[in-house]
Design a protein around this ligand. Structure first.
Ligand code: WT7
Length: 638
């Protein structure tokens, strides 16, 4: 059993232990798992060249820790309770034993298709149990999964497939999302036109929409599994063998593949799930994330299943068929733990409390928030109307790179404070620094959030480019992992995350690089250059504001059509999630004499705060700023 904290003094004691002797602390947690061979040493680390190893030379398979270790105890317990997009379609419940059999069978299918330990497999699938089966089947045979959110465009998918040198892709014919059916396979087909390495695509039938199957390359999932035995001996993995790669956006260039390894990630996700949520054996846990994001990896699949939890997996969207869908699911499955994003809460708040009152939510015990800062109003609404004042809210701060939750209340243990992620979990050593890297000690300070000591769930590298990983995370402040977030430590020592301080924006909990969106806009033939910034948005947290300089040839085009084609360009290059909310056509961008775009100024204007632009004396052409302030927005999306 994973050791669980249940009092505040217990937390303080464990935290102290984890800092004074991290190796002993994590060794004790790691003992609760099944290792084929024990580690020789708990930790080796170097934050300058980034070389981190946990449970050195330990051997294991993460799926043996989900299945074999536990089947005698809870083989017949529901592992995944799947709720389809359309509530009139029957759902599916898979017990641990049934899930185990599906995972073993699909592991054999992968082997039959030539997938070997260390090979990368791309998963581009809707929220169906087979997506989890696919991930676990990869883990079973030591293949490295790269799940790509099925809302990304063909271009984005192709980039990710090529970067990870993927040969096998798992997908579906289509995807049901609210009232829509989305052609998933068609996107894969388009992507694969530029992915010469891919020679096998396994296609799950979900919507039964028409698809083209390329002979010799594409096979149906149901044909591939037919007659394949449901037993598979797990492949032995080193603790530091790669478990998965997951692409995420940064402030420069294309998204990078964050690499997580096996042993540390297992220990960290399982420990944080058990403790933060205080999951008990009869509880029902519902996380609304998509498996395409890290929340889906760590807190739909690995963390909960390693704890033998019952997980509700939802295919659809919060407002279909009605805006009470979440509350309906909670009532129907007697959900005890509900984990969602502030943006979903803010969009549902707009419908008032009546949709909630239609449902019996008395099963709820713990509420979670993730992905972006939760504003005080949303926090209060969540607490009062969803939790009826009885359920602690765990505001969990973490990142794709951290693998698991880093700063969060422990449910029912840590006193909460609206909009505060509160305190670091055991093993998490935070440091706040100013822009020069000086530590800001004591309370009542605000600065850049860094982490000064390794934790088992941390990223180990970025796929195919270790130097990029060092430059991105370990070079800004020597010897520290830099999160990219601004933070405040208040008078009580509580942490409040203030949002990104780099050129990353968080739109509805989706992380995007401003440079990435600019590149997409610049792909439009009439665009000379562009600058993208975030601005405060009531529902999305941040919206996307694009300043665009057009070619003279644009004069002969209908401005409305240009705007639509700019949005189409972004949808094509990245996906609909990156579409700007506002586009302003300008004749030039404010630049320094050395040619650097002054984003600070553009951000201020986008925020509607043009009165305090600060020092503009270094600008090449200060007139541009006045023009931008006076200029009309060309497009504001509804
Ligand atoms: C960024 C990481 C964590 C899984 C989903 C997002 C922001 C995340 C919180 C929170 C304030 C948060 C940060 C972080 N963020 N959780 N509870 N409070 N901000 O993972 O896509 O890697 O994004 O999301 O800015 O750096 P991600």
């Amino acid at each position: 059993m994973i050791p669980k904290i249940n009092t505040l003094s217990g937390y303080l004691y464990e935290y102290q232990k984890s800092v004074t002797n991290p190796e002993a602390f994590w060794e004790n947690i790691a003992q609760s798992f099944y290792w084929r061979k024990k580690w020789d040493k708990v930790l080796e680390w170097d934050f300058v060249n980034l070389d981190v190893k946990w449970f050195v030379n330990g051997k294991l398979n993460i799926t043996e820790n989900i299945f074999e270790k536990n089947l005698f105890i809870f083989g017949d317990k529901p592992a995944i309770v799947w709720e389809p997009n359309n509530p009139s379609e029957p759902g599916v419940t898979l017990t641990y034993r049934q899930l185990y059999e599906k995972v073993c069978q699909f592991a054999n299918v992968l082997v039959q298709n030539g997938v070997k330990k260390g090979d990368r497999v791309c998963i581009y699938m809707p929220m169906v149990p087979e997506a989890a089966v696919a991930m676990l089947a990869c883990a079973r045979i030591g293949a490295v999964h790269s799940v790509v959110f099925a809302g990304f465009s063909a271009n984005s998918l192709a980039d990710r497939i090529n970067d990870a040198e993927v040969r096998v892709v798992l997908t579906s014919d289509g995807n049901f999302r609210g009232p829509k059916s989305i052609p998933v396979k068609a996107v894969v087909d388009e992507a694969l036109e530029s992915c010469p390495l891919v020679d096998r695509v396994i296609v799950l039938k979900r919507t039964s929409m028409a698809v083209t199957m390329k002979p010799g390359r594409d096979v149906w999932w149901h044909d591939a599994v037919r007659g394949v035995p449901a037993d598979n001996k797990a492949t032995e993995m080193d603790a530091e063998d790669n478990l998965f790669v997951l692409y995420t956006s940064g402030s420069t260039g294309k998204p990078k593949g964050v690499v997580h390894t096996t042993g540390g990630y297992m220990v960290y996700t399982a420990y944080t799930f058990a403790n933060v949520f205080q999951y008990d054996s009869d509880d029902v846990y519902f996380c609304t994330a998509d498996v395409g994001w890290v929340t889906g990896h760590s807190y739909i699949v690995y963390g909960p299943l390693l704890n033998g939890a019952t997980v509700v997996m939802f295919e659809g969207v919060p407002n279909y068929p009605g805006v009470d869908r979440f509350w309906d699911i909670i009532e129907k499955h007697k959900v005890t733990h509900f984990y969602t994003a502030p943006t979903a809460l803010r969009s549902l708040m707009g419908y008032g409390t009546e949709p909630i009152e239609r449902h019996d939510l008395r099963s709820l015990k713990v509420l979670g928030s993730v992905g972006e800062p939760i504003n005080e109003e949303a926090w209060q609404w969540y607490y009062t109307h969803v939790g009826k004042g009885n359920c602690p809210i765990v505001d969990t701060w973490w990142q794709t790179e951290t693998g698991g939750i880093m700063v969060s209340p422990i449910a029912g243990v840590t006193p909460t404070k609206p909009a505060y992620a509160t305190l670091p979990l055991p093993g998490v050593q935070l440091m706040i620094v100013d822009n020069e890297g000086n530590e800001l000690k004591g309370n009542n300070v605000e600065g850049n959030l860094c982490i000064k000591f390794p934790w088992p769930g941390m990223l180990r590298t970025t796929y195919g480019d270790h130097q990029r990983c060092i430059n991105t995370y370990f070079a800004t402040y020597k010897g520290l992992y830099f999160t990219g977030d601004g933070v405040k430590r208040d008078a009580d020592g509580y942490y409040r995350i203030l949002g990104r301080v780099d050129d990353v924006i968080n739109v509805s909990g989706h992380r995007l690089g401003t440079a990435e969106v600019e590149n997409a806009i610049n792909s439009h033939p009439l665009v000379l250059e562009s600058a993208v910034v975030g601005f405060p948005h009531d529902v999305k947290g941040q919206g996307i504001y694009a300043y665009v300089v057009l070619d003279a040839a644009s004069k002969t085009h209908d401005p409305e059509k240009i705007k639509d084609s700019l949005l189409a360009a972004v949808t094509k290059v990245i996906g609909p999630i990156a579409k700007p909310d506002k586009i302003q056509v300008v004749s030039g961008l404010p630049k320094t004499r050395s040619g650097k775009i002054m984003r600070r100024i553009l951000r201020k204007i986008a925020e509607g705060d043009a009165t305090s632009l600060g020092d503009t004396s270094t600008l090449l052409d200060p007139g541009v700023v006045q023009e931008i302030i006076g200029g009309a927005l060309v497009r504001v999306k509804a």
